[in-house]
Design a protein. Sequence first.
Length: 189
Amino acid sequence: MPENGARIALFGKPGAGKSTFAGLLGKECSASGPSLRIIKIADPLYELQRTVYETAGVLAPEAGVQDGQLLNALGAHLRRINPNCLTDRFAVRVAAVHREVPGAVVVCDDMRAPDAAALAGMGFLLVELTAPDEVRAARKAQRGDLSPGDEQHSTERPVLAEPWRRVDNSGGLDVLRERAARLLAEVRS
């Protein structure tokens, strides 16, 4: 594993299980080795979502609850204004983690197509999660989002970069946990 810790960027269609997989990687790390930190590229978008709701005079959504339509629009406009704004802020946070926790594994669980080149340039291993459409739809329905993101929106276009690994998430949680352990072991070797 690199001296400053491994870097893993997860991508896939909404509902593929990226955040769940990141959490399982975290459990594997805490059970067997270095610290793991999950950093979201979209954190600034969630801050803006809260501000938009407060400005509208409506109670801001709880952490983790998404207004997908709003987030799609915010992401598109931020990238229109400055294509690197989200990845530049992300790079600063990654560097801070490696200063504070040397050797930590850093996982990004929300990489999108416009971010792929920047994250690969930062040394992230790109890992694609996949799941059948009906499984993804059921998972998305259970999330309790305020509005679903549009899978056809420009911010959701497919990542064209070749992944370092692909993880099939069509099975249960135990299978996914085994795949997380295997991936982490491979990253460490």
